[in-house]
Design a protein around this ligand. Sequence first.
Ligand code: P6P
Length: 348
Amino acid sequence: MTDTQDYHGKLVTIERFILDQQQAHPEATGTLTNILYDMALAAKIITSKTTRAGLAEILGSAGEENVQGEEVQKLDVFAQRTIFRLNDHTGRLAAMASEEEEAIIPIPSRFPVGPYVLVFDPLDGSSNIDMNVSIGTIFGIYRRTTASGPGTLADVLQPARNLVAAGYILYGASTMMVYSTGNGVHGFTLDPAIGEFLLSHPNIKLPAKPKYYSVNQGYQPFWTAGVQAYTEWLQRDTPEKKGLSLRYIGSLVADFHRNLLSGGVFYYPADSKDLKKPGGKLRLVYEAGPLSFLIEQAGGYASDGAQAILDIVPAQLHQRVPMFIGNRTLVEQAEALIRRHDGAATPA
Ligand code: P6P
């Protein structure tokens, strides 16, 4: 097993790191390695567009032609097509599933299928683009569960504990790719001058002393009594912790990344504000699941308020789930207060 401590202070590209990690698995064929390579390439391609998003008016906004007469795509559609086109022909995947597509995405019949499935939210938080707020891509990789032929919905509807890899790409002041294959969480920062992701955050672990809580406090009137009590507990000095500061960007990958590095808890609970979303807003398969895999690899925990998100077997592709994710002590306190005030019935 490659000791990631060896990397501190060393100049390592993401490709070199992924390959080194593969060498810890003699049985590995390199297929997973190549899927991760392609996610890094997707990140570079999408970055080339997100850094100019604000210029859409000058360059033409989505659906129009830009000054070069090219059709300008909405960024989330562009991100979706980029990830699809990098993976549709490689023979590594049996199917894909995306936030942007109602059904699973089959591998075109002219291409071979492979042993993995890729689930992804191509550009989460894209409504923030016009305000130049950081946005992100979230992805998870499973081994297919069906024996052969085209991948099926069953291959995708697996509990996140089955993930073999998960990660995200944060398009912020710099572009970062953060991923895990079950051997710790590792962060890479894109150096645009050379077009390479360089290892900048080896073996990320949640700080034991949390700093922030992150929630949209605007929904407070619509929370259950348990979530109200939890929020009040987070704000207070207690024997276990100092009162936490509130930080909420409203862009999941940015909020998650900040708390991963600073320590804290992010939660998007169920609320009674929008009865069409009794289970909260975030999606289980391609948002909460992969992030829950990452947080546990970083020493934290993720719950829907009653159970580990990693153990939830999805019933539908786009099903939503309440999510409390971060330092284990903070998330377990949410479960305790919800049990005490709301009973075992909630959340949805
Ligand atoms: P609200 C962005 O639209 C998103 O899906 C996540 O990135 C973010 O965490 C959440 O919605 C914010 O939702 O209701 O607080 O605006």
